[in-house]
Design a protein around this ligand. Structure first.
Ligand code: MD3
Ligand code: FE
Length: 202
């Protein structure tokens, strides 16, 4: 089923159990090369979400600020974006180019992500494609401008969201997950991966 909220296209139940399990295995292999880390903020705090990336660049945050970087904080290059994810981009994102980065977020029991915009990419007319795996997450969608009313919906395992057009610059966040609501990840929690065109040369 397809719904649209404030220009965000959400394909509910786009991936069956088998497709979800295959992606989890792909992302396990990504994390074996580029382990999840808990990004630090410029102010010295830590995000509650653990992150890693695949692609020619990956998103990192430390005391120097946040940016797309050709290297994992541990010093190595990022692994390639799994083919199965690129296939989803070709199928659902209305773009002529392929993504050059895939940000993988892991939400444990108490992780959340405050309202923010994604604007570190060079070309903000390129879409972002998000895949949700594991526990349910309460997703909040706001406005392009700061403030104003927001709408919330639960994203479930196998849902795909496409952020495109004017919706690409909408404020959004994850208020909470319902820990243990899905059996997909053996240790519980939620993985979200977002395919993006960072457009930043490594
Ligand atoms: C709406 N991740 O990594 S994905 C992020 O579930 C991020 O982990 C959330 O926000 C997560 O930056 C939400 C859905 C998403 C991603 C990018 C967007 C929604 C978006 C960009 C613009 C508008
Ligand atoms: Fe975001």
């Amino acid at each position: 089923m397809k719904i649209e909220i404030r220009g965000v296209r959400i394909l509910i139940g786009a991936l069956d159990q088998q497709a979800q399990a295959a992606l989890v295995e792909d992302l396990r292999q990504v994390a074996a090369v580029a382990p999840f880390f808990q990004p630090e903020t410029r102010r010295g705090g830590k995000l509650s979400v653990r992150m890693t990336s695949a692609g020619s660049v990956g998103w990192v945050s430390d005391r120097r600020g946040y940016r797309y970087d050709p290297r994992h904080p541990g010093g190595g290059e990022w692994p390639a974006i799994p083919t199965r994810l690129l296939d989803l981009w070709v199928e659902h994102a209305r773009s002529e180019v392929l993504p050059d980065t895939c940000l993988v977020n892991y939400y444990g029991e108490d992780a959340r992500m405050g309202l923010h915009q994604d604007r570190d990419e060079a070309d903000l007319t390129q879409p972002v494609l998000s895949v949700s795996l594991g526990d349910y997450a309460l997703f909040r969608i706001g406005n392009v401008e700061r403030g104003g009313p927001t709408e919330s919906l639960w994203l479930r395992s196998g849902d795909i969201a496409i952020l495109e057009g004017p919706a690409r610059l909408i404020h959004h966040g994850i208020d909470k997950i319902r820990f243990g609501s899905s059996g997909l990840l053996s240790r519980g929690g939620r993985i979200n991966c977002t395919l993006r065109v960072a457009g930043i040369s490594p």
